[in-house]
Every structure is written in structure tokens, then in C-alpha cells.
Ligand binder design. Structure first.
Ligand code: SF4
Length: 364
């Protein structure tokens, strides 16, 4: 089961999503064993979350508050930024030193830690010992696009738990199989996706898009299957998702009943951050759009652009200002009066992509 919470207050949303995911009280029950709980954000580069690449400290603050309120005190925040980047600079630039002081939680730069070989899925992977020693791992990725694997979210976030030399080897080996195998060796007990703002095109940020939601689940494969669809991809386009399912990491079959929305997308109402819309502007007709809807449309148009199909589209309407209006083609339930519209509140990027492809006669 996945839970989705819309809004802008990352701290409150993280606490609310965790409370729902942990309704059975598993975390409070853990404290009797005094486990070491590791929090693994995505701090791939030394850039604040507004850049689109890194986990918002507000989301991690919400997780820390929830853990502390439930009696969990033995905590660590661990990360290794991408090869060549200084993790300590990333901790500083992304606001994690303040978190560390506020909650007295150590920041562990995994680049300084020894790694041990683990034989898994026919591969030998060197994994940082400190990550393997954690009793409970909370994986807090960012929802964003990756140039090589298309998606980076829960499964790929664990690449920050291996040495730089292994990261480079993963790239040489095409990423998909090593990522799936790594997740078999290193279990994410909880996943909380920071989808407040990710990136439209790049792992390292620079084209941020507001999606204004948090996704919570226990199964990183299911989380990534859902994340792929939000960004306009079919799950099959990201081989590491099905490979991870084959390796027994989780379930890649995304049934509609697997996702529960805990509030309404209008909780994120307001005009979206649109610094990435420049080249898309002529394909968007916007009136009072909620950012989750607008973000889904942007991702769908980017998928169109990558396939060279963007020029065949007319402007697509999105927003609450189109309620009761007539028009050619729109996105979201607010455009239900149009000749064609993509239902949903908000629809996923994949639903928009497929509907627009059908509309211009490109459906499979
Ligand atoms: S369909 Fe309308 S109300 Fe729903 S998310 Fe889109 S713009 Fe907002």
C-alpha cells in the first residue's frame, strides 16, 4: 500500500504520512530493541532542495520528529554524494548541519566509511559497512528524472550507500541490474519520497518542478512503479524496477487500490514554480492550476519533447479556471467540459502522455 499526501509543508506532511504508514505502531514497538535507525536522504550534489536535486530538510525534520516522539533515539543520517562531490559540503549546503544540531543526530559521510563485499544476485557488490549495520533504514529519495535510467527515486537512492569506485562500476554495467541487486542486499524498511519538488530532466537538478506531494510506502519497487507513472513513463521503460521485483525486493504491479490519497490535491493549490516552463510555454494554457496537475503536465510534455512529438500538439489547458468551460483538449477533471480531457485530480504524467499520444494518433 502506498499513501500520497498533497501540500507544501514538508515537515507536517512527512509526520502525517509516517503516522498513517505506521498506524500499527511498528516504530514505537522497535524502541524496546534500541535499534540503530538510519535515514538515507538524497544529497547527490551540494545544492539546496529548491534546485530540484536534493531531499528537503523539512521532510527529514518531520521524520526525525516522528521518530523522537515514538521513543527512537539511536539515529544517524547517512549519505555519500555522487562521485567527485563532497558529501560534507552537501550536508552544509542542503541544511543538514542545522538538523544535526537540532536533533543531536550525527551526519555520517559514507565516503569515509569502509565497504565490504556482498555476494548477491550473481554479483559482488561492495557496500558501506555502516549502511549494512543499520537495523532499520528509512529511505527518503527525491522524485526526479535521470539521464541514464530515466527515473531516480527509491531503488536508485541506495547507490549513495556504496563507495565511489562502485558507483562508477554500476554506471559501466548499465545501472539497472546492479541497482536491483543492491536493493536485495540492503533493505529499505520505510520509503518516504520527497516529491515536493524534483527535477524535470536531470539527477543533479537545475530544472525544478513542483509536484507538491509526499509518497509513503514500505515497498521500494511499488514506490518506484508509481513514481515512474507520475513522471510520464511506463514501468517497463525502467528495467531496474522489474529486475528488483524478480529479485524479490517488492512488487512492481501497480493496482489502483494500492494507492490511497490522504487528502485532496487542492491542498497544494497555487501557481506552480515555473522556471522550467520556458520552452513549454506555448503548449500550456494555464488558469489557476494546482501544482500537482501542472507538474504532471510538464513531465508529460517533456516526454513528448524527448520523442520529438511536441510540435504536433495544440496548447493543452490545465487549471481550476477552466471549470465549466469548453475547449479542445485539457488535463484534469477541471477540464471535463472540453472535447477531450484527461480525467483525474490530478492525473499522472503517464495518463497524460498516453491520452495525448492517442489524441494525435500515436497510440500504440
Ligand atoms: S483537476 Fe483541477 S482541482 Fe484537480 S488538481 Fe487539476 S487543477 Fe487542481
Amino acid at each position: 500500500m502506498l499513501y500520497v499526501l498533497y501540500g507544501r509543508n514538508g515537515e507536517e506532511m512527512a509526520q502525517g504520512a509516517l503516522a498513517r504508514l505506521d498506524a500499527a505502531g511498528e516504530i514505537a514497538a522497535l524502541k524496546k530493541r534500541r535499534p540503530l535507525v538510519a535515514i538515507k536522504p538524497n544529497l547527490v550534489v551540494a545544492q539546496p532542495a529548491e534546485w530540484g536535486a536534493t531531499t528537503s530538510p523539512a521532510v527529514v525534520r518531520g521524520v526525525l520528529r516522528y521518530l523522537r516522539e515514538n521513543g527512537i533515539t539511536n539515529l544517524v543520517i547517512m549519505e555519500s554524494s555522487w562521485a567527485g562531490e563532497c558529501t560534507k559540503q552537501a550536508f552544509a549546503a542542503c541544511g543538514y548541519q542545522e538538523l544535526s544540531s537540532e536533533f543531536a543526530v550525527p551526519l555520517l559521510d559514507l565516503k569515509d566509511e569502509p565497504a565490504v563485499p556482498v555476494l548477491i544476485a550473481g554479483m559482488e557488490i561492495r557496500i558501506c559497512k555502516a549502511a549494512l549495520q543499520a537495523d532499520y533504514l528509512i529511505n527518503i529519495p527525491v522524485l526526479k528524472v535521470h539521464c541514464q535510467t530515466k527515473l531516480t527515486c527509491a531503488l536508485k537512492n541506495l547507490k549513495g550507500c556504496i563507495p565511489d569506485s562502485e558507483k562508477r562500476r554500476f554506471h559501466r554495467e548499465g545501472l539497472h541490474r546492479p541497482i536491483a541487486a543492491l536493493n536485495q542486499a540492503l533493505k529499505s524498511h520505510l520509503v518516504l519520497v520527497d516529491a515536493l519538488q524534483g527535477d524535470l530532466c536531470h539527477e543533479e537538478g537545475g530544472t525544478p518542478v513542483r509536484m507538491d506531494r509526499i509518497i509513503a510506502g514500505r515497498d521500494p519497487v511499488l514506490v518506484d512503479a508509481y513514481a515512474a507513472e507520475l513522471l510520464g513513463f511506463r514501468t517497463e521503460e525502467i528495467p531496474y524496477i522489474s529486475l528488483a521485483a524478480q529479485f524479490g525486493v517488492g512488487n512492481a504491479c501497480l493496482a489502483a487500490e494500492a494507492v490511497t490519497e490522504l487528502n485532496n490535491s487542492s491542498a497544494a493549490a497555487g501557481f506552480p514554480v515555473d522556471c522550467s516552463t520556458g520552452s513549454m510555454q506555448r503548449w500550456i494554457s494555464e488558469r489557476q492550476a494546482c501544482s500537482p496537475c501542472f507538474g504532471s503536465l510538464l513531465h508529460a510534455l517533456q516526454r513528448f519533447k524527448e520523442k520529438g512529438n511536441l510540435t504536433s500538439l495544440p496548447p493543452v489547458s490545465v487549471g481550476q479556471g477552466f471549470r465549466g468551460c469548453r475547449g479542445q483538449i485539457g488535463v484534469g477533471d477541471c477540464t471535463a467540459g472540453f472535447d477531450s480531457h484527461v480525467p483525474g485530480c490530478p492525473p499522472k504524467g503517464r495518463e497524460i502522455t498516453e491520452a495525448l499520444e492517442a489524441w494525435i494518433g500515436l497510440d500504440r
